[in-house]
Design a protein around this ligand. Structure first.
Ligand SMILES: C[S@@+](CC[C@H](N)C(=O)[O-])C[C@H]1O[C@@H](n2cnc3c(N)ncnc32)[C@H](O)[C@@H]1O
Length: 360
């Protein structure tokens, strides 16, 4: 097992590039659908806003943008209705510097659902920096949005012997993740508190641990773990590379999400307006019940896993391994995972929270 200092220095990778995330992220879009009415309501609640400045919307952890189109379109429509066409709206998409921003700009220009389509006086930009710091000027953001992103931690707090995800770790490993997640949540909120305008709103939707003590995708992660073991056994990856693989993500509980607000009722000027938990149904499972093709279901799940997690797992491959080797690893893992999932059919609903904060 490598030491925690080495673990923490490991890079966090963005989602798989060249538009792959956009093509294979309908699970995240299903989660977002629950939060859109909250965003709409938040857009109705901001203000009054001074006339001499544009309205700024920030999208924290946008990835390649496809899943941001519908929610941001909704938010822009509400702001347009409330503040008029003369009021400029600026949208800032933020993500890690390694994010595939080319695809984001392409989709903003060309997708029929883009909030820029037929809307003069709306402007888009992107910022390639971690959201665990202030990324926009103080008191400028009217509306903040973050979907399926803040469960990613700022660093790897520990390795998970025998697995790559914290849920299967020992008590000390899970405690290290919980501690990092608590610290990161406070950092995320205090950074947003600085960027938000008074009366501004921040809407966060993220995967969480439900009252049942589960998130929902654990069985899929366990099959992926068995697939990694198989790749190690057949020599496709070295045992040391396998041992270094870890996904720095964490599913917070309701009490962990509310912890910063427990003492004073507010946190760095942010007030909690709503916090609701949902169970997001498994659309792929519903389709499978119709078409009955296990291979198709397995392939959908494995592709989803690849685009979200494999770039981060691949950072554990020995430095200097050629890009071709990384692609080969991704392809082999996807193939083994598909085969294994085909014979292990299960439904994956997942626990999700939507939280709305107001800037005092
Ligand atoms: C699962 S994707 C969600 C993308 C999109 N918001 C959606 O709803 O589909 C998570 C995104 O969060 C980004 N992310 C993870 N950690 C981040 C950080 N520290 N700062 C900025 N973005 C981060 C990832 O790069 C990725 O693009």
């Amino acid at each position: 097992m490598i030491t925690n200092e080495i673990a923490s220095s490991r890079a966090i990778e963005a989602m798989e590039g060249q538009g792959a995330y956009n093509r294979h992220s309908s699970r995240q879009a299903d989660r977002t659908a629950f939060a859109i009415p909250f965003l709409q309501q938040a857009a109705r609640s901001i203000g009054p806003e001074p006339y001499d400045r544009p309205l700024m919307i920030a999208d924290y952890g946008s990835s390649q943008g496809r899943n941001s189109l519908v929610p941001l379109n909704t938010a822009v429509a509400v702001l347009r209705e409330r503040f008029g066409i003369e009021r400029a709206i600026c949208v800032a998409h933020t993500d890690l510097a390694t994010n595939d921003f080319n695809t984001l700009f392409d989709i903003l220009d060309n997708d029929p659902q883009s909030y820029l389509k037929n809307r003069p006086n709306v402007f888009a930009s992107a910022i390639g920096r971690s959201f665990y710091q202030v990324v926009l000027p103080r008191s400028q953001v009217a509306l903040g949005w973050s979907a399926s992103a803040v469960h990613w931690l700022s660093r790897v707090p520990a390795l998970v012997p025998g697995h790559f995800f914290y849920h299967a770790g020992t008590e000390p490993v899970r405690a290290a993740f919980a501690k990092q997640a608590a610290e990161d949540w406070r950092t995320f909120l205090s950074s947003r508190a600085q960027e938000l305008r008074p009366t501004g709103r921040l809407v966060v939707v993220l995967p969480v641990l439900g009252e049942d003590g589960r998130h929902g995708i654990e069985p899929l992660l366990d099959v992926a773990n068995a697939s990694l073991a198989e790749l190690t056994d057949c020599g496709a990856i070295a045992p040391s590379e396998r041992a270094d693989m870890v996904v720095p993500a964490y599913w917070r509980t309701r009490s962990e999400l509310l912890a910063p607000f427990c003492d004073a009722g507010s946190f760095n000027g942010l007030v909690l307006e709503r916090c609701e938990f949902f169970r997001v149904p498994d659309a792929a499972w519903a389709s499978y019940r119709q078409h009955g093709e296990a291979r198709r279901l397995a392939s959908e799940r494995a592709t989803w896993f690849r685009t979200a997690f494999v770039p981060t797992l691949a950072t554990a491959l020995v430095p200097g391994r050629a890009e071709a080797h990384r692609r080969l690893f991704a392809g082999k893992l996807q193939a083994v995972l598909t085969r294994r999932l085909e014979s292990t059919i299960f439904e994956i609903t997942n626990n999700t929270a939507v939280i709305v904060f107001a800037r005092q």
